[in-house]
Design a protein. Structure first.
Length: 341
């Protein structure tokens, strides 16, 4: 592991630790009457991130995409297995929920009507990687400018694919979970509306529409979006620490370790097999794709969990545990890539 990557890992842990300390010392709770042990603080911060900062980042990214220059074959080699894997994790969690297993109940954070979103939330924790804060320095340090260019192309559609799909799945499950007789037309209408008018999907669709219109972003608007988007990473990392301080992860370590294994080992293995033997990639493109898949769970998994009010502490703990373990698993994948050639 290079010194640059090591320093990035330390910076991530320091920022999460700062959030944890702020939560333990109740720095953000003063003068306010909170509900469940201060967790309202994390919820407000999460809502700000999910409703303001993340939409700004997604809109600017999609509005500025150079669609013609994207390496579509390389993107397909990553996102075809990633989407299939996301659906498999989601389906497995739905099956466990139907069997009455703990994986579908979500523990103390998954009770009630919103528990229907648990399978989609866990699919994000097992799929969505820290592609910016950690992924960019990893790609730059290991693969230099040619590899970084491939990584940036992957990042440009990362949220578009791997946040939009779980959003659709969560909204469908929430619609199905509504009590009482169902009006099929009304259910479809409400699901479509809730899916489109959503802090993830709506800015992506708006950004694509702006992009296809061929309009440049006004400089003032672009600068504002840059400022808002730059807040995503630090706010999310602090939010992880706050959630761990307020809610803890008692009784959830089995799920956290399982999700970390899925993210760090299963997804990159699937991407490597598909990209190398399915799409014929090798060398630098294959290495970049596998390391992208091997990145630890990103902080957006926690924001997604907070959006639906389930498994917040589990998502935050998965991000922390998988980041710690990444130091070892990254070396494993680099060794396997060298063996594959």
């Amino acid at each position: 592991m290079t010194l640059v990557v090591f320093h990035k890992l330390l910076a991530i842990f320091f920022t999460v630790g700062l959030g944890w300390g702020a939560g333990r010392l109740r720095w953000l709770d003063r003068g306010v009457a909170w509900g469940a042990g201060g967790s309202d603080t994390a919820r407000v911060l999460g809502n700000a991130a999910f409703s303001i900062f993340v939409p700004a980042l997604l809109f600017r990214t999609t509005a500025r995409l150079d669609l013609a220059a994207l390496p579509w074959r390389t993107l397909a080699a990553y996102f075809v297995p990633a989407v299939a894997y996301t659906l498999a994790v989601y389906g497995w969690q739905r099956w466990r929920s139907g069997q009455g297993g703990q994986g579908g109940q979500g523990g103390r954070e998954g009770r009630g009507e919103l528990a229907a979103a648990v399978p989609a939330v866990r699919s994000v924790s097992a799929t969505y990687g820290n592609s910016v804060q950690l992924g960019i320095p990893v790609a730059a340090a290991l693969f230099a400018e040619p590899g970084l260019a491939i990584h940036i192309a992957l990042v440009s559609v990362h949220g578009l694919v791997l946040l939009t799909l779980p959003t659709i799945l969560a909204e469908l499950d929430l619609a199905r979970s509504q009590p009482g007789p169902r009006n099929v037309a009304a259910t479809v209408r409400n699901t479509v509306r809730n899916t489109i008018v959503h802090p993830v999907v709506l800015p992506v669709l708006a950004g694509i529409a702006w992009n296809l219109g061929g309009l440049p972003l006004p400089s003032v608007v672009d600068e504002a979006l840059v400022l808002l988007g730059s807040a995503v990473v630090p706010v999310c990392l602090v939010l992880i620490g706050l959630s761990l301080a307020y809610q803890g992860v008692q009784g959830q370590w089995r799920a956290v370790i399982g999700l970390s294994v899925l993210k760090l080992l299963v997804l990159p293995a699937l991407v490597m097999v598909t990209a190398h033997w399915g799409f014929g990639l090798s060398g630098l493109p294959l290495a970049v794709l596998v390391l992208m898949a091997a990145l630890p769970t990103g902080a957006n998994a926690l924001i997604f969990a907070q959006r639906y009010g389930v498994l917040q502490a589990e998502a935050g703990a998965t991000a922390v545990v998988s980041t710690v373990a990444f130091a070892a698993t990254a070396s494993l994948w680099l060794g396997l890539l060298a063996w594959v050639g």
